[in-house]
Write a protein that binds this ligand. Structure first.
Ligand code: NAP
Ligand code: G4F
Length: 337
């Protein structure tokens, strides 16, 4: 019998890579989709005949219980979340309901339907926030700096508690920022790669960003998915930091992305205070020694290769060069991000 995995958040960046990964390993993959008024399956279109899509919502306990009861999975990967930090200040209650109590709902469903199901929780380096030590490890104290970060601390500790209280095989992956050509357009890496491609193709001339000083430990989503799966294949459940161990500023990101397209970033990037956050996470850099040692995991794509991959993908997506007026400021990219 092939193993069966349920993926919440299958329509998102990580869910799409994980679904591909598990299908290749012969899993029966069940992806959870919530009701939308229009199609939002673009990241998993190519997989649609290889995975089973079922409706459920992290806000609806019964829908999760029913799903697990019908599907009888061996593994549940809880990737669903309200994942954009700025939105968490606008919608803190919804953020908590999905990212915190949503985790409880899945854990309770497992406890009720089959406590032997293995569970993965998508925790985040945002939990470190105003960092207490550098680099951050599995034992670094948390100091979240946004409702999103706070909500993820709750989900993390519920996973630890269901493991320690009820013997659930629950693992929490503390993943640092990971990106790809499938990243949402509002996150800074994709905003930059898309902005560079638009400028290069003559569709825009300026890119408005927030702080250029914040530093992140950026990796490739395809690499991080392997670590997630490895956690659930171990003899005992545990928590792991997954990171590249190298940090770069947003300014570094911008420099690499623009120069890869033959552009000078200083001619195009403007700082707009509207993208500044009520509280910033200034520096993240993870120490993934435990994952290297116990999971045998290591990333394969470094920062420069990642940025170039994303710029190339957006250039390809936008197609051939359009006529450009170098003095025009029309079309300044103004996404939510
Ligand atoms: P993403 O692209 O924003 O995807 C989020 C997914 O969650 C989407 O499939 C979304 O469905 C789904 N979702 C949201 N609310 C839901 C609800 N109430 N019920 C069911 N599904 C719901 O996020 P990602 O980058 O793939 O990240 C995956 C997970 O890892 C998230 O939990 C995120 O917080 C966490 N994480 C991400 C990173 C990173 O750098 N990417 C780092 C650390 C942790 P719709 O398509 O319907 O909106
Ligand atoms: O790309 P970001 O929006 O990602 P952020 O806030 O680090 O969160 C991401 O990574 C977390 C893991 O640490 C995940 F848990 C979370 O779900 C999400 O995937 O912003 C990165 C940095 C920030 O310091 C931000 O202030 O880039 C800075 N930034 C500067 N200008 C910008 C912009 N961020 C965005 N989104 N848009 C800007 O214009």
């Amino acid at each position: 019998m092939p193993k069966c995995a349920v993926i919440t958040g299958v329509t998102g960046q990580d869910g799409s890579y994980l679904a591909e990964f598990l299908v290749k390993r012969g899993y029966r993959v069940v992806g959870v989709i919530r009701r939308a008024s229009g199609p939002n399956l673009s990241r998993i279109e190519h997989l649609q005949d290889q995975i089973d899509l079922r409706p459920a919502d992290l806000l609806d306990q019964l829908s999760i219980v029913r799903l697990l009861d019908e599907v009888k999975p061996d593994e549940v990967y809880n990737l669903a979340a309200m994942s954009f930090v700025p939105t968490s200040w606008e919608q803190p209650v919804l953020t908590g309901d999905i990212n915190s109590q949503g985790v409880t709902r899945v854990l309770e469903a497992i406890r009720q339907v089959n406590p032997k199901v293995r569970f993965y929780q998508a925790s985040s380096s945002e939990m470190f926030g105003k960092v207490r030590e550098v680099p951050q490890t599995e034992v670094t104290p948390f100091y979240p700096r946004s409702p999103y970060g706070v909500s993820k601390v709750f989900g993390h500790y519920m996973t630890v508690n269901y493991r320690e209280s009820f013997g659930i095989f629950g693992c929490s992956g503390i993943l640092f920022n990971h990106e790809s050509p499938r990243r949402g357009l509002e996150f800074v890496t994709r905003k930059v790669s898309n902005g560079v491609a638009r400028i290069k193709r003559g569709l825009s001339n300026k890119l408005a960003l927030g702080t250029l000083d914040a530093k992140r430990d950026w990796g490739f989503a395809g690499d991080y998915i392997r670590a997630i799966w490895l956690m659930l294949q171990q003899d005992r459940p545990d928590d792991y930091v997954i990171a590249s161990g190298v940090t770069h500023s947003v300014r570094d990101l911008v420099e690499v992305a623009f120069s890869h397209a033959g552009l000078n970033w200083q001619e195009h990037v403007v700082v707009d205070p509207k993208f500044h956050r009520p509280a910033e996470v200034d520096l993240l850099v993870g120490d993934a020694t435990k994952a290297h040692r116990e999971l045998g995991w290591a990333p394969e794509v470094d920062f420069e290769a990642l940025v170039k991959m994303m710029v190339d993908a957006d250039l390809d997506r936008l197609g051939p060069r359009q006529p450009v007026s170098s003095t025009s400021t029309a079309g300044v990219l103004d996404t939510r991000g």
